[in-house]
Design a protein around this ligand. Sequence first.
Ligand code: SAM
Ligand code: PRE
Length: 247
Amino acid sequence: MANHDTLFSAPIGKLGDWTFDERVAEVFPDMIQRSVPGYSNIISMIGMLAERFVQPDSRVYDLGCSLGAATLSMRRNIKVTGCEIIAVDNSPAMVERCRRHIDAFRADTPVSIIEADILDIELNNASMVVLNFTLQFLQPDDRQRLLNQVYQGMRPGAALVLSEKFSFEDNNVGELLYSMHHDFKRANGYSELEISQKRSMLENVMLTDSVEVHKARLKHAGFEHAEVWFQCFNFGSLVAVKAGEAK
Ligand SMILES: C[S@@+](CC[C@H](N)C(=O)[O-])C[C@H]1O[C@@H](n2cnc3c(N)ncnc32)[C@H](O)[C@@H]1O
Ligand SMILES: O=C(O)C(=O)C[C@]1(C(=O)O)C=C[C@@H](O)C=C1
């Protein structure tokens, strides 16, 4: 049973900026499940995408892996040989728990867990890359550079899965979906205080983009094909494919 997230249930005197520290890592499975509508569907479907896209003798990257949920889902579904999964996160608390988590399951595909900034990782020979709710935590100025690096490190026919909290160009729709997300959190047992304290901690750290901005960035990076494949309220996921024949 995952530890229950009560981190923000009591009033906090001085709300600092959000970090992925020990306390967050400890309750993370419960927190993300109760905070991100569709999270477990996305994790399962990343496994299905891995079955389709991962090529023999290639690399698979999970960038901002947290506790390794997407890595485990991909590893369970990779049917080809000679692959390696590289899971990267810059939070020591996440990386330490991720190592334990991955070691608890057996599988043929090896996993390397690296504690690093994803901007410093040189990708190569990738047939699949996952950014599952990670890009939103990079400085907006760094986002294009990262996507360029991802595209450059991919083989023809490779896929990027980019999941994010979205903002919307239409204010009416934006407010509706934002408020549906608020309802979703309430329905999952979070109080008004918990919701508002977390929201103000995330305010300076998690700057969201619209689907249009994501698509423009992906196109600029070189991706010939990109589309939203999942959305629930203001959370969703795009798949972007590099043109060419998979070998
Ligand atoms: C919302 S969580 C990702 C959830 C995870 N991908 C999953 O599917 O369960 C965001 C993660 O990105 C990591 N992160 C944020 N910025 C990073 C960076 N520049 N380099 C590496 N990891 C980063 C955080 O430490 C955190 O673990
Ligand atoms: O927007 C919110 O309220 C969230 O809780 C979102 C979000 C995310 O999208 O990564 C933020 C931090 C936690 O890691 C879990 C969920």
